[in-house]
Design a protein around this ligand. Sequence first.
Ligand code: NAD
Ligand code: MG
Length: 380
Amino acid sequence: MKKICLLGATGSVGGNTLDVIQNHSEQFSLVGFSFNQNIVRAREIIRDFKPKFVTAGNPQFAQDLKHDFPEITVFSGLEGLVELASTDYDLILTAVMGSVGLHATIRAIELKRQIAIANKETLVMAGDFITALAKQNKVPLLTVDSEHSAILQCLQGVRREDVASVTITASGGSFRDRTRAELEGVTVEDALNHPNWSMGQKITIDSATMVNKGLEVIEAHFLFDLPYNQIKTILHRESVVHSMITMKDGASFAELGANDMRQPIQYALTYPNHLKIYNKKSFDLAEIGQLHFEAMDFQRFPMLALAYQVGEQGGSYPTVYNAANEIAVSAFLQGKITFLEIEQLITEAVETHQEVTDLDIDKIIRIDEETRVRVSRKIR
Ligand code: NAD
Ligand code: MG
């Protein structure tokens, strides 16, 4: 029985993870989870899964749960995520949104637990530090992001030194068929209408700006230890090919399937095995008929070009790109800025960033915080 700790159980990835755990209750049990605001859903999860530990983002909700479920240890707030990551479990799946997952991820690595990362912002914010810490503690970083899971699946059974490049596919998000001029005045509702995937709000906006693919390029650099010139991106509107690898002799291997996050989540839990998936989404290539691929247009999607740039610059630049995006997306979702202002805020934050050398985790956290303040000041 593998004991699972799930950060962000009430979200989109969280819900899919609970499904996988429930469908394989002979192999997995949920021993702990965190949630931020959705107390109704948290109560359901407690009743269905009977965990030992829960972290509530909101201290009042923590008090309520302590009262109603005296048999459970309840933590709260950001420290509560670290306390949860310090409990007894085998694998932690990080499905919180944004860089709030950082400290809990660090704790889990220090405790040498298995790590399954959905929370890509943590890796982008502090990739050098997280990967070095994982290496030092001999902890493999498993991935839940569908593209990176596809790459990991394709890498099984090949010699790493024979891989020439990886290609990450991008659906193009909600506005893929609009020109830049047509992005003026788009609404939050339009942006949240993703053609292929049902996901949390932040990542759906990130898909529309192509920042998500930018974060994924940086994530691939850290997860697979690849230079940026070996990480390619391609527009593929069906999201059927989840990503692929190309060998030195030109052979390419891809992972194909339905747009169902339970597959990459389950693979991270059962790695390197492929178990049965229940209530499978239909996947029939004959029914799909045609697949389309287009070269990525970096003028149309400048945030992807910027991600390659900050990735190459390295150091504190990816931290700034990520922090500026988190603040900008939150402001867009609150109706405070326009869609195109997201790009402007990120670009300005990166351009005005003064590089910091001799980075350590404290400096990274400070740069993240300073960037958030700097970007927030520009928002009315
Ligand atoms: P979501 O918004 O649906 O869920 C986020 C979860 O994080 C919720 O449980 C929420 O309660 C929790 N959370 C949010 N703010 C918090 C805070 N301040 N403190 C504690 N908990 C907090 O998001 P999602 O779409 O499930 O995405 C989660 C992560 O997985 C993101 O990093 C995203 O980039 C990544 N990811 C998501 C998908 C997907 O299909 N949704 C795919 C690949 C990667
Ligand atoms: Mg992805």
